[in-house]
Design a protein around this ligand. Sequence first.
Ligand code: NAD
Ligand code: ZN
Length: 342
Amino acid sequence: MKALIKAQPQEGIWMEDIPTPEVGHNDVLVKVKKSAICGTDIHIYNWDDWAQKTIPVPMAVGHEFAGEIVEMGSEVQGLKIGQRVSAEGHVTCGHCRNCRAGKRHLCRNTMGIGVNRPGSFAEYVAVPATNICPLPDGISDELGAILDPLGNAAHTALEFDLVGEDVLITGAGPIGIMAVAIARQVGARNIVITDVNDYRLGIAKQMGATRAVNVSRKSLKSVMADLKMTEGFDVGLEMSGVPQAFNDMLDTINHGGKIALLGIMPEGTPIDWTQVIFKGLEIHGIYGRKMFETWYKMIALLEAGLDISPILTHNFNIDDFQQGFDIMRSGQSGKVILNWDE
Ligand code: NAD
Ligand code: ZN
């Protein structure tokens, strides 16, 4: 089968022919129809320090996809051939304390599809049946392919109560942009999102942001004054991974504020602890998606009318994958879909 392979320990990704994966007793084989490019795939493409430490070469990468079940292991129940599905990209061990307590997002032995095991930029991907998420008819294959990052947005945005609250989202990457739509849907008051990229801030505005602020030109405090926010933000969702953005958040959040941290900051990033302590802040780290509570919630939100379609900005045939990676790397895109079926 065709697959995008991290074939060399250097910048780039290559289309190669590899064997179709074996299907274990508890696995499902999915014929991939749509793939989406994640920020993680860009780290792997760029071959940065994290990728060099993490990715075995050669390796089929990718983990955001939607497709159709074509084969099932002998022990698999409750699914059927031909079913439209997506899948949770974190494969958990099932025997650690958190797995056994039903908190699989906290599994200490998590393996990532397309990171630690063969991925879904491929004609076929084999995944454990427990990771499969069937797609309702109302959810298109394109949306099905981006449920993984929508799940990051939903996990982060639903960590704290947003009803009637003033919310600051730092980072208008695809995940920050989708968090705007969720915060709006669940009833936040002011939703302010920051970035240094006007193209992405434009999409965030379309998603319902009260203000989309380019912090390279405008101060967050002037925007708050404009919105007559006298005390500060109630909730912060950090979705940039940029230390300056997190410091802006610590600076502008109200006393007793709550922060959900998704963005991955560089190792050793200094934090202004005095703000954390004297403001009595509550800070939660967010990893992946709750299995499978986040999946139920985000699918229900979509069925209830959550519209994230503006994030789907580009679509390429899989043979034009290089164009897809180039546009994603340029920052002038939302989510990029690669089609295997057309
Ligand atoms: P992304 O890199 O596409 O988006 C980050 C955005 O932050 C970019 O648009 C960038 O322009 C912006 N930015 C740069 N400087 C800024 C500043 N000073 N203020 C505000 N914004 C600034 O990333 P993404 O795919 O949307 O993911 C968001 C973050 O979440 C990344 O750090 C990613 O590594 C992380 N992530 C974490 C998990 C997890 O499980 N914890 C999962 C997926 C992604
Ligand atoms: Zn575990």
